[in-house]
Design a protein around this ligand. Structure first.
Ligand code: KE4
Length: 426
């Protein structure tokens, strides 16, 4: 496959952009080789600058749940752009999007729009600290919640892939307020809440971990977290930047039937444009400025273009969309496991609606240690073998694959045929 255009562009990009990319995971440091520069997308396909076609399982890291170039979303953005690109003032569209989010997401009574998942989680943590008057936070090893200082403590995506457990630049005085515990382990949470009693402002978790591959919660885990945090007066924050509107219209909290105190959103809520959001119980959200004293702001928050994209995408998330995505995800995960075994490879596959992960040379993946002990070298060889077959997986063993409504049965079949050839090669 000729990818000379991408090779030339990464060399040029590195002259003006750190690493040649605007986000580290895109640089292929985790899998080796040069990143692909893309030119356009349509449905489940991406086309690179050399006009090679790939079946896409990155979906811009989640937003493209309806496939690339979803025409109603594109039309809504074009229409809004012809009205105005932005005001820095309130618009009716922001109310429509807020009301839609509240309608979909059970735990959200009030919501504030921001511009990224990082802003959403950073703001939610400040709110939790301001509301409780406590300083400590608990996160989980292998989970990633964006790159604000308090959260770059054994983060999962990006930092983990680059092998930097605690990023330089995070003052120890900040990091010491963050506890990072093993995922899917309630004893560890019980011990931490007992140890730190009334010092813990919040527990923040990806209800399905998507930044160390795809790792669903074990039965009873989320229920246990909900109970323990309520008893400790600690707020439970579901970081649904990735799972929001993906597992179901109401995200993981609706799928698992657990109501967190605060929820963070991103990706799908912006329809592919820069949007994040945080929301939750009205009595907590009332502490956010200008209603309350906890300051939070953003020049482009609620930007009309991004709001038009997000609102239109949410309006097209029908029950049929989730049924198709869930069926495609289940078929793909089962098919990958079957073809791997057919070529003598041992893989564990995890999946939930629209998300999947595969881990080589382990029998199961329930937490970070399982993932760290998996054969990432073999994943990297599989990644490149699939790339050469025209299938674009996430360029890191510590990321999740995403499936859209455009991944028809025929495209899943094409993917499995490619995987069969790739498993034979690695
Ligand atoms: P952003 O600031 O990148 O919009 O969102 C941060 C974030 C927060 N919470 C969760 C659960 C997330 O998955 C993310 C970002 N996800 C990664 C993908 N693993 C973004 C890819 C990247 O960093 O380029």
């Amino acid at each position: 496959m000729n990818r000379s255009g991408s090779t030339e562009l990464i060399q040029r990009a590195q002259q003006s952009i750190p690493g040649g990319v605007n986000s580290p995971v895109r640089a292929f440091k985790g899998v080796g080789g040069d990143p692909i520069f893309f030119d356009r997308g349509q449905g489940a396909y991406l086309f690179d600058v050399d006009n090679n076609r790939y079946i896409d399982y990155v979906a811009s890291w989640g937003p493209m749940i309806l496939g690339h170039g979803h025409q109603p979303t594109v039309d809504a953005v074009i229409h809004q752009a012809q009205q105005a690109l932005g005001f820095g003032a309130p618009t009716e569209g922001e109310i429509n999007l807020a009301e839609t989010i509240i309608e979909y997401v059970p735990g959200i009574e009030k919501v504030r729009m921001v511009n990224s998942g990082t802003e959403a989680t950073m703001s939610a943590i400040r709110l939790a600290r301001g509301y409780t008057g406590r300083h400590m936070i608990i996160k989980f090893t292998g989970c990633y919640h964006g790159h604000s200082d308090s959260l770059l403590v054994k983060a999962g995506s990006g930092v983990l892939t680059l092998g930097i457990p605690n990023s330089p630049g995070v003052p120890p005085a900040v990091a010491e307020y963050t506890l990072s515990l093993p995922f899917n382990n309630l004893d560890a949470v019980a011990k931490a809440l007992a140890e730190y009693k009334d010092q813990v402002a919040c527990v923040i978790i990806e209800p399905v971990a998507g930044n160390m591959g795809c790792i669903p919660p074990l039965p009873g885990y989320l229920e246990g977290l909900r109970e323990m945090t309520a008893q400790a007066g600690t707020l439970l924050i579901f970081d649904e930047v990735m799972t929001g509107f993906r597992l179901s219209p109401g995200g993981a909290q609706a799928y698992y039937g657990i109501s967190p105190d605060l929820t963070t959103l991103g990706k799908i809520v912006g329809g592919g444009l820069p949007v994040g959001a945080f929301g939750g119980r009205a009595d907590i959200m009332s502490h956010i400025a200008p209603d309350g004293p906890v300051y939070q702001a953003g020049t482009l928050s609620g930007n009309p273009l991004a709001v038009a994209a997000g609102l239109t995408m949410l309006e097209h998330l029908t029950p049929q969309v989730y049924q198709a995505i869930d069926q495609a995800t289940t078929r793909l995960a089962a098919g990958l496991a079957e073809r791997a075994a057919g070529h003598g490879h041992r893989i564990a596959t995890n999946h939930v609606c629209g998300m999947f992960g595969l881990f080589f040379d382990v029998d199961a993946a329930h937490h970070f240690e399982h993932v760290a002990n998996s054969n990432t070298d073999k994943f990297n060889r599989f990644f490149h073998a699939m790339l050469d077959e025209g299938v674009y997986l996430a360029p890191s063993a510590f990321e999740t694959g995403f499936i859209s409504a455009s991944h028809t049965p025929d495209i899943i079949d094409q993917t499995l045929a490619a995987a069969d050839r790739a498993f034979a090669k690695i």
